[in-house]
Design a protein around this ligand. Structure first.
Ligand code: ATP
Length: 435
């Protein structure tokens, strides 16, 4: 089994990720988050929000709707140009992205394995990635709307409202976390390329002559952020986009890439200098003026936008890979405690002793007030430890008969498997100290 296959099996077994509509055979490009997955995603989003919004004075939050006025997508160019070049295999009629050379090569290899060596492709054709729907009861061209292909368009359309309703001044940012939808031609690679996914996007508005230095600032900040999550330094790198692969409006674009097993370095986050393109085009299409006045020089200008953008599920996949440790007798998801679904698991040594269960329950409920905590009273303690190692729980607390005598518990560390005996009032101190 490859590492990715092992991770797919572990994340299903331990309730992180389930294929959507599994009972009907699934649907390509869609996944559901299970009880552990939803907590991991929440912790990722909470950390992003804390570092990019809560701890800063120059960024405010937003939550715009998924369906925006359809003009948004005409103005942004998505209706006419949010496309991927598509080729069709003349043997089996599967369609693939012409620019994804590794997928094309794998497809040809699959045919070759069946003795079919004459794979021919149609000429590339552009395919629009926006999901279409209709608003209201009549399905005609006037009611067409789109599920947003990126979250940032809702930020641009609220730019003036945010400026008018808050005390922000350029330079400042608007941050948003929310779902985006892309009818990807070749979804796959587990959580890497989905058709429905969450984005965490920051649009940071600056004076045009400060765009380059701000861009450099965000590049460095974002790399530091990934290191703070525990992603290995040697698995991360920057890559500047070639002029030909950059979106036409971007003056500069860099990816932070992660080294995925089997696939190599691939985009984790994109950082773009989108210039004044978005505010200018929305200004033109809506007839509104998005220029601002510099209070020192009285100069009027349309702000430039620096955008760091990352998908939650793609980051989850990188974190699964990065923290997956296979030892002889156990598998560990060595997530940073702040990310782990549960900070602590609480067990009564035996399930059929009411005095142990009730003491353990009271500790469990106390722990829950501080941390995300879980409970397990099934099977033997060794098996419970192994299950929590795979979920990534940094500490397991066991309540035994000695607890009833002297108010002490065993606390066992995921990373060292070492056990300590400590008194109950010192539990949180112990956990904080060992983080
Ligand atoms: P790619 O080249 O991989 O298709 P992109 O350059 O189109 O990605 P952006 O439009 O820059 O991606 O989106 C910003 C971020 O959103 C990406 O860095 C990635 O983390 C995430 N993302 C984009 N598309 C998907 C997808 N189909 N599934 C999961 N995450 C995605």
């Amino acid at each position: 089994m490859s590492i990715i296959e092992e991770i797919i099996a572990l994340t299903k077994r331990r309730g992180f990720v389930f294929p959507t509509s599994d009972i009907y055979g699934g649907i390509a490009g869609f996944y559901d988050l299970g009880p552990a997955g939803v907590l991991l995603a929440k912790h990722i989003k909470d950390l992003w929000w804390k570092d990019l919004v809560q701890l800063r004075d120059d960024v405010v939050g937003l939550d715009s709707s998924i369906i925006l006025h359809p003009k948004t997508w005409e103005a942004s160019g998505h209706v006419s140009a949010f496309t991927d070049p598509l080729v069709e295999c003349k043997l089996c009629h599967e369609r693939m992205r012409a620019d994804q050379e590794d997928e094309i090569a794998a497809h040809i290899k699959n045919h070759a394995n069946k003795g079919e060596t004459n794979v021919l492709w149609t000429e590339p054709r552009q395919f629009n990635l926006l999901f279409k729907t209709y608003v209201g009861p009549v399905e005609d061209s006037k009611s067409v709307a789109y599920l947003r292909g990126e979250t940032c368009q809702g930020i641009y359309s609220n730019f003036a409202s945010v400026m008018a309703s808050t005390r922000v001044k350029i330079p400042f940012g608007i941050a948003q976390i929310g779902k985006a939808f892309r009818n990807e031609v070749t979804p796959g690679k587990f959580l890497f390329r989905l058709r429905e996914f969450e984005q965490m996007e920051l649009e940071y508005f600056v004076k045009p002559n400060e765009a380059t230095t701000t861009f450099e600032y965000w590049k460095e900040e974002r790399m530091k952020w990934y290191l703070s999550l525990g992603l290995s330094k040697d698995k991360l790198r920057f890559r500047q986009h070639e002029a030909t692969e950059r979106a036409h409006y971007a003056a500069d674009s860099w990816d932070i890439e992660y080294d995925f097993p089997d696939w190599g370095f691939k985009e984790l986050e994109g950082i773009a200098n989108r210039t004044d393109y978005d505010l200018k085009t929305h200004g033109k299409w809506s007839g509104k003026d998005f220029s601002v006045v510099d209070s020192d020089t009285n100069e009027r200008y349309i702000p430039y936008v620096i955008e760091p953008s990352v998908g939650v599920s793609r980051l989850m996949l990188a974190l699964f890979i990065n923290s997956f440790v296979k030892e002889e007798k156990r598998t560990v998801l060595a997530l940073k405690p702040a990310l782990a679904p549960y900070r602590v698991a609480v067990f009564p040594l035996l399930a059929n002793k009411p005095e142990l269960t009730s003491k353990a329950q009271s500790i469990y409920h106390d722990m829950k007030k501080q941390y995300s905590a879980t409970w397990d009273d099934r099977g033997n303690i060794g098996k419970r430890y192994l299950a929590q190692d795979e979920i990534g729980t940094p500490w397991c607390v066991t309540i035994d008969f000695t607890t009833l005598e002297d108010d002490t518990v065993t606390i066992r560390s995921r990373d060292t498997t070492k056990q300590d005996r400590i008194s109950i009032p010192k539990l949180s101190d112990y956990i904080e100290r060992n983080i």
